[in-house]
Write a protein that binds this ligand. Structure first.
Ligand code: KIV
Ligand code: ZN
Length: 524
């Protein structure tokens, strides 16, 4: 008998993007979607089109650019939401509409303000309506573990009769335990099957009690054949089931689960890094599968065991998830061809203009740093080439004085979009603060620094510093951006200017506070 497959439904760009403080622009979403396609996800939930024009445009762009996975759009049980999803998905090679309601008394009373019967009636109407446009309709009920099981049977049963092809079982608030969740899936499968219709059962788990992956795996043991998850487990509050963890658990313990997957696991690390960089959400060092320490062995006993036989202390191999070896590959004599080849090997397939920019930065870096490691290349390409907003202001130079007995002072000169240079000086609490104040003056707007992180890209003394900033403008829009340099002040300046460029771009497009619009509309 053929082994049963489990389908991976990635919701990084929908549920994951609802992580506090995360806002991705259209280019960044498309970039992540392309990488998810390389990873081999089966279904890609691209967004919630009715939430805002920007969200709808992103779903449309992803549907046009990414042709292998099924592209899914979220919709409440409202015809207007479904119309918005249909419109955004019309260019997709294969489209799915995912409509959802709520099941628990607390949600029905306070979120939807509907009775059980009203919620059921709307759900049936939404599924039927969606089926007029697509043959692939997923139906979800929020907060399943805290819902009345008999109501769930009525609701899911009615959705199947109305044409739902996938029934998703969300543990919206991460309340369930593995045994309980498995029992729930078995119960619902059994009772819905009584209606004599075949549907896919899916699990969607949140991590409030740290059980999202365990609950999803328990769901698979109980017969679910679709898992909803996000890269690095990002998402609301404590996040969602982590894609890389659930995938490697199914693969490593195939002896127990006996399921096949379409995921190219060697792309996991790159996907994790990309999502981390573009969202500005760092991966904790001890994170399973993709964390910096996931393959590091510190204790003498472990190291000794590893030297004798790797499997003594390692159940996953770094190469299985695509963790690159740290290698010094290029230097200042390396040419375009060598850089192009190395970038291709790292998975960066750049257009000529982007490659030119990468080469310029590489040369600048090579003048300052002896050997350039893969991680350095990835950092500069990610920070300054991939998914970068058009430049409304470009750094020409900066100068800083600081020290223990002097007031930090910075002078920054930028070229503005109209070609005019603007130069300003400012003092600040520290050199970075002084630079940021000088940039605000040069650009003629005050921005607010919401978050700032600095990390060394490699562990050498001359390591590249990578700065991630989250910046807010006067209208409440936020943007996250990266900068990389051997000089951490320069990396800070580059990151800030990249964020300012994104914000100025949003201002020009007339988008107001993206998160407020999305949050108000979403109610998810
Ligand atoms: O957590 C949840 O219930 C959701 C649904 C919209 C599937 O994200
Ligand atoms: Zn969710």
């Amino acid at each position: 008998m053929a082994e049963a497959a489990v389908r991976i439904f990635d919701t990084t760009l929908r549920d994951g993007e609802q992580s506090p403080g995360v806002t991705l622009n259209l280019d960044e979403k498309v970039e992540i979607a392309r990488q998810l396609q390389r990873l081999g996800v089966d279904i890609l939930e691209a967004g919630f089109p009715v939430a805002s024009p920007g969200e709808s445009a992103a779903v449309e762009a992803i549907a046009a650019a990414v042709r292998e996975p099924v592209i899914c759009g979220l919709a409440r049980t409202r015809r207007g939401d479904i119309d918005a999803a249909v419109k955004a998905l019309r260019g997709a090679a294969r489209a799915r509409i995912h409509t959802f309601t709520s099941g628990s008394a607390v949600h029905l009373r306070h979120v939807l303000r509907l009775t059980e019967d009203e919620a059921l009636e709307r759900a049936v109407d939404a599924v039927r309506y969606a089926r007029q446009f697509v043959s692939d309709v997923e139906f979800s009920v929020q907060d399943v573990p805290r819902s009345d099981p008999e109501f769930l049977v009525r609701l899911y049963g009615a959705a199947v009769q109305a044409g739902a092809t996938t029934l998703n079982i969300p543990d919206t608030v991460g309340y369930s335990t593995p045994q309980e969740f498995a029992d729930l899936i078995r119960f619902l499968r059994g009772r819905v099957a009584e209606a004599g219709v075949e549907v896919v059962f899916s699990v969607h788990t949140h991590d409030d009690l740290g059980l999202a992956v365990a609950n999803a795996l328990a769901g698979v043991e109980a017969g679910a054949t679709q898992i909803e998850c996000t890269v690095n487990g990002i998402g609301e509050r404590a996040g969602n089931c982590a894609l890389e963890e659930v995938v490697m658990a199914l693969r490593t313990r195939k002896d127990r689960y006996g399921r096949t997957l379409g995921i190219r696991t060697e792309e996991l690390y790159r996907t994790s890094q990309l999502v981390s960089k573009l969202t500005g959400m760092a991966v904790q060092p001890n994170k399973a599968v993709v964390g910096a320490n996931a393959f590091a062995h510190e204790s003498g006993i472990h190291q000794d065991g590893m030297l004798k036989e790797r499997t003594t202390y390692e159940i996953l191999r770094p190469q299985d998830v695509g963790v690159p070896e740290t290698r010094l590959v290029l230097g200042k004599h390396s040419g375009r061809h060598a850089l192009r080849e190395r970038l291709e090997a790292l998975g960066y397939h750049l257009e000529d203009a982007d490659f030119h920019r990468a080469f310029e930065r590489f040369k600048e870096l090579a003048d300052r740093k002896r050997g350039i490691a893969d991680a350095d290349l990835a950092a500069i390409v990610q920070a300054e080439v991939v998914a970068v907003a058009p430049e409304h202001c470009r750094l020409e130079y900066f100068q800083v004085t600081s020290g223990s007995s002097t007031v930090p002072t910075a002078t920054v000169r930028v070229a503005l979009a109209d070609g005019d240079p603007a130069q300003e000086s400012a003092t600040g609490d520290g050199p970075v603060d002084a630079c940021y104040r000088a940039i605000d003056r040069a650009v003629g707007q005050e921005f607010h620094l919401v978050d700032y992180t600095l990390r060394a890209v490699t562990d050498a003394k001359d390591a590249l510093g990578e700065v991630t900033v989250r910046v807010r403008d006067g209208a409440g829009r936020t943007a996250t951006a990266l900068g990389a340099s051997t000089d951490v002040i320069e990396a800070s300046v580059r990151a800030y200017l990249a964020a300012v460029n994104k914000l100025v771009g949003l201002q020009g497009s007339g988008v107001t506070d993206q998160r407020t619009v999305a949050a108000g509309e979403r109610q998810v």
